[in-house]
Write a protein that binds this ligand. Structure first.
Ligand SMILES: O=c1ccn([C@@H]2O[C@H](COP(=O)(O)OP(=O)(O)O)[C@@H](O)[C@H]2O)c(=O)[nH]1
Ligand SMILES: O=C(O)[C@@H](COP(=O)(O)O)O[C@H]1O[C@H](CO)[C@@H](O)[C@H](O)[C@H]1O
Length: 209
């Protein structure tokens, strides 16, 4: 089974290159697709230079739409979802996410930060099910047009599919991995506003609105 990595990215020029390079160089990964979700910065060109195929959406459509576009464009049957703002991504993280799928032990893995930074470790301890680091079988999600409107509710939507369809899901630890928090990207006030908007989108997905 081949593997396509899908990296949704909205203005992630600061971190996209190392994330793409590590993923591109991994022996189990056959292609890396960065879906630039209406980016206004250098993300697309930096991703391409680092070795990714880049799909540019004409305007910002949200993480769910970006993942669906990437999944439908993927050439391979195993998908690896990674956020574009990861800091400290290493080979072993990708291996941990992919191996249970390739060995037939699970239909989806969910990666949980550990030993990275207190704040991001804690967020994932409280809500492990929100993690954007995942591997799963492509055909399990590509039929669902509804993904396109989920924005940050995409993980909740995928989790509910997993429950409904009875997928085997395994959590795997991702040691020393962290990401840029919204407050680091946008400053305290705008970061907290963006966080509230994200929680709203997650709540909408939870309640099926
Ligand atoms: O409208 C959006 C918002 C986010 N993202 C991407 O989705 C991933 C997760 O988003 P973010 O880092 O904002 O989430 P956090 O981890 O801070 O909750 C990142 O690669 C973003 O660039 C996207 O493609 N479109
Ligand atoms: O872990 C969380 O509470 C949030 C917020 O992370 P930060 O507080 O910005 O480190 O991040 C996750 O949730 C989003 C919605 O499910 C996902 O799209 C992100 O990939 C994930 O990092």
């Amino acid at each position: 089974m081949g593997c396509s990595a899908i990296i949704p990215a909205y203005n992630e020029a600061k971190t996209i290159a190392p994330v793409v390079k590590t993923t591109r160089n991994h022996a189990l990964v056959d292609e890396v697709i960065v879906v630039c979700d209406g980016c206004q910065d250098q993300t697309a060109i930096l991703a391409e230079q680092a070795g990714a195929k880049v799909i540019e959406l004409p305007y910002n459509q949200g993480k769910g739409a970006a993942l669906l576009v990437g999944a439908r464009a993927a050439l391979h049957s195993v998908l690896l979802f990674l956020d574009a703002d990861l800091i400290g991504l290493r080979d072993e993280h990708i291996t941990n996410l992919l191996n249970p799928i390739l060995n037939g032990q699970a239909e989806m893995t969910v990666g949980i930060f550990s030993g990275g930074r207190l704040t991001t470790d804690l967020a994932q301890k409280i809500t492990p099910s929100l993690s954007g680091q995942r591997a799963l079988l492509r055909d399990l999600i590509t039929p669902y047009d509804e993904l396109a409107s989920t924005r940050y509710g995409v993980e909740v939507f995928i989790n509910s599919l997993a429950r409904e369809k009875g997928w085997k899901v395994l959590e795997v630890e991702l040691f020393d991995l962290t990401h840029r928090m919204k407050e680091e990207k946008f400053g305290l006030v705008k970061g907290m506003q963006a966080r509230m908007k994200m929680y709203w989108e997650i709540a909408k997905s939870l309640t099926g609105w």
